[in-house]
Design a protein around this ligand. Structure first.
Ligand SMILES: Cc1cc2nc3c(=O)[nH]c(=O)nc-3n(C[C@H](O)[C@H](O)[C@H](O)COP(=O)(O)O)c2cc1C
Length: 168
């Protein structure tokens, strides 16, 4: 493939992925010193029902990934539509992302208060995929909270809207 073709493919790939509407979550872990750390992700999906498992894709350079490798646990905080500021905060780099954010320890991982749902997971496997690592997590705790989900589509935050009954 010529370098022009590679650049065009990468641009088109980005555009197609921008059109995929995703949920927004904060993946969390405790550091070896017991400090909370978290990272905003859109690449999260359900994987298995028996046993309950999920998968999350993290950039190989993610600091959160290093903490998950150390502790073997992670939390998934599915964000509510009122938490776009939380999503932006955890999409940055740094050790103090939890400053001013309400949280508690749940099944050995940080749970962000006010989130729309929480999954506590243990790491079942780590699978390489290009420049990312896929965390395969076994769910050991699950709590749903009624509300509206925070979504990411076309590079902006939003929420889900049901279609009119007649057009389903
Ligand atoms: C809406 C949104 C979705 C994101 N999804 C992912 C993702 O799925 N995987 C990932 O590795 N980074 C994702 N990021 C980028 C990370 O949040 C960002 O690189 C963060 O600074 C990594 O922090 P860390 O090094 O402390 O782990 C996303 C950012 C935003 C704003």
């Amino acid at each position: 493939m010529s370098s022009n073709t590679v650049v065009r493919l990468a641009d088109e790939f980005r555009e197609v992925m921008a059109g995929v509407c995703t949920p927004v979550s904060v993946v969390t872990a405790l550091t070896s010193e017991g400090r909370p750390h978290g990272t905003t992700v859109s690449a999260f999906a359900s994987l298995s029902m028996t046993p309950p498992m999920v998968m999350v894709s993290l950039d190989r350079g993610s600091d959160l990934l290093a903490h998950v490798r150390e502790t073997g646990r992670f939390g998934l905080n599915v964000l509510d539509s009122r938490q776009s500021a939380v999503a932006l905060r955890f999409a940055s780099k740094g050790a103090d992302k939890f400053a001013g954010v309400g949280w508690e320890t749940h099944t050995g991982v940080p749970r962000v208060l006010g989130s729309g749902g929480f999954l506590g997971c243990t790491v079942a496997d780590l699978v390489g995929g290009g420049d990312h690592i896929i965390l395969l997590g076994t769910v050991v705790a699950a709590e749903s909270v009624p509300g509206r989900p925070l979504t990411y589509h076309d590079r902006v935050f939003g929420t889900h809207a049901a279609l009119e009954e007649a057009s389903r």
